[in-house]
Design a protein around this ligand. Structure first.
Ligand SMILES: [Zn+2]
Length: 144
């Protein structure tokens, strides 16, 4: 099946592999074509893909990316902090100087990756307006 949809019915039933969509989104690429960008700015999702025209403004990532980012960063850094404390027992200043910048850097690096993956997930599962975006007959308006 081609990515160019011959009819609205083809667009509605076209395959949207989950893993491919997740990986494309995580890489900051359009989940549909893999060539266009997902983000216009740091975390601002573009309205439409510049390459294939897929409408990406239908996403509702909301609090999911920060939630998953906190979950991942916390599960990496907290065990490391506990091991460092247990083995070397450094001063609290060392902990603050080490873990706070590391947590900030990891969060800022992971957040767009995870938000892109969430957009890819929603697109793949035809969540929210992505289902209707596949059909050119009943396209909901972009929320204000
Ligand atoms: Zn695209």
């Amino acid at each position: 099946m081609s990515s160019d949809h011959a009819s609205p019915r083809d667009a509605i039933t076209a395959a949207r592999p989950l893993s491919r969509s997740l990986l494309r989104g995580a890489g900051g690429k359009c989940p549909s074509c893999g060539a266009g960008k997902v983000f216009d700015q740091y975390l601002k999702v573009i309205d439409e893909c510049a390459v294939c025209g897929e409408e990406l403004h239908h996403h509702r990532a909301d609090d999911a990316p920060p939630y998953f980012t906190i979950f991942i960063v916390g599960h990496i850094l907290i065990p490391l902090a506990l091991v460092v404390e247990r083995v070397w027992r450094p001063d609290m200043f060392v902990h603050m100087a080490l873990w706070l910048p590391l947590a900030l850097a990891m969060t800022l690096l992971l957040l767009p990756v995870i938000k892109g993956a969430v957009v890819g997930l929603q697109w793949s599962l035809r969540m929210h307006g992505f289902e209707y975006a596949a059909s050119r007959h009943c396209r909901p308006q972009k929320p204000k």
